[in-house]
Design a protein around this ligand. Structure first.
Ligand SMILES: NC(=O)c1ccc[n+]([C@@H]2O[C@H](COP(=O)([O-])OP(=O)(O)OC[C@H]3O[C@@H](n4cnc5c(N)ncnc54)[C@H](O)[C@@H]3O)[C@@H](O)[C@H]2O)c1
Length: 249
């Protein structure tokens, strides 16, 4: 059997790098796409046969060119690249709002369409996993376009699952909760925040990047062969605990 190829966007750090490492351990050839040239090359160098693609996922032309250099179509696409800017919307510029939407939502569309078209033309199936966030289900204050984009990613995966299911392309989402790393590393550098947030989670700990990597690789695998259009929340039970955090009268 030919070795499968996994393409992970935003793979130069945090959750993306953990997914890449897990895919590598599970026998995939791993390609990483990121705007951070130094970071993406360093992570790719840790893989058995890693490929680094320095590319902005919002740039349609650059994405097509980068995919062409791979020489074959990825069997697995993980739409993981993302940005967050904490700002209240009354003070926010349209430019910033658009930029966040562009990276967090349109970028996933650009990538999925490019890989999806190739799989369709080759008449073979594949798997895609979007990395959303519990913030796309239960928005938290100050997350503006990030929350809107992450909610949109869940819907995008549902719709792609519907449209591309007949082609044998399964599309699912993973929604991480409080993750100790990546874009939240600075937040959890504060011990008090770690304690408060860990205690808010029914499992009484923050999530690990590896918790997300395991969920992604499950959805990518044949073990999830009948799972399509699903949003797998990986948050230690946090979003279902909201009512229990409000004291009874
Ligand atoms: N860390 C968390 O607490 C958390 C929680 C929920 C969801 N997430 C989601 O997980 C995903 C990974 O985040 P992370 O925490 O590892 O953060 P991170 O900042 O470490 O990783 C994001 C990566 O995306 C890359 N990137 C940004 N814009 C890009 C672009 N236009 N083109 C290509 N690459 C680009 C960055 O260079 C970076 O390597 C994100 O989608 C994020 O929203 C993270």
């Amino acid at each position: 059997m030919t070795q499968k190829l996994a393409l992970i966007t935003g793979g130069s750090s945090g959750i993306g790098a953990a997914i890449a490492a897990q895919a590598d351990r599970e026998g995939y050839q791993v390609a990483l796409m990121d705007t951070n040239a130094e970071g993406v090359r360093a992570v790719a160098a840790r893989m058995k046969e890693g490929v680094a693609l320095v590319c902005d996922i919002t740039d349609e032309t650059a994405v097509e060119a980068a995919l062409s250099t791979l020489g074959r179509t990825p069997d697995l696409l993980v739409n993981n690249a993302g940005i967050v800017r904490f700002e209240y919307m009354l003070d926010m510029s349209v430019e910033t709002f658009r930029h966040i939407l562009d990276v967090d939502l349109t970028g996933a569309f650009v990538m999925s369409r490019a890989v999806g078209r190739r799989l369709r033309d080759e008449k073979r199936g594949g798997a895609m996993v979007n990395i959303s966030s519990i913030g796309g289900i239960t928005p938290s204050l100050g997350t503006n376009a990030y929350a809107a984009a992450k909610g949109g990613m869940i819907k995008l995966a549902e719709l792609m699952a519907l449209e591309w299911g007949p082609l044998g392309i399964r599309v699912n989402t993973v929604s991480p909760g409080f993750i100790d790393g990546g874009m939240s590393a600075a937040v959890y550098a504060d011990p008090r925040t770690r304690e408060i947030r860990s205690n808010a989670v029914p499992l009484k700990r923050l999530g690990l990047e590896q918790d997300i990597a395991e969920a992604v690789m499950f959805l990518a695998s044949d073990r999830a062969g009948y799972v399509n259009g699903h949003n797998l929340v990986v948050d230690g039970g946090l979003i279902h605990s909201v009512l229990s955090q409000v004291p009874r009268a």
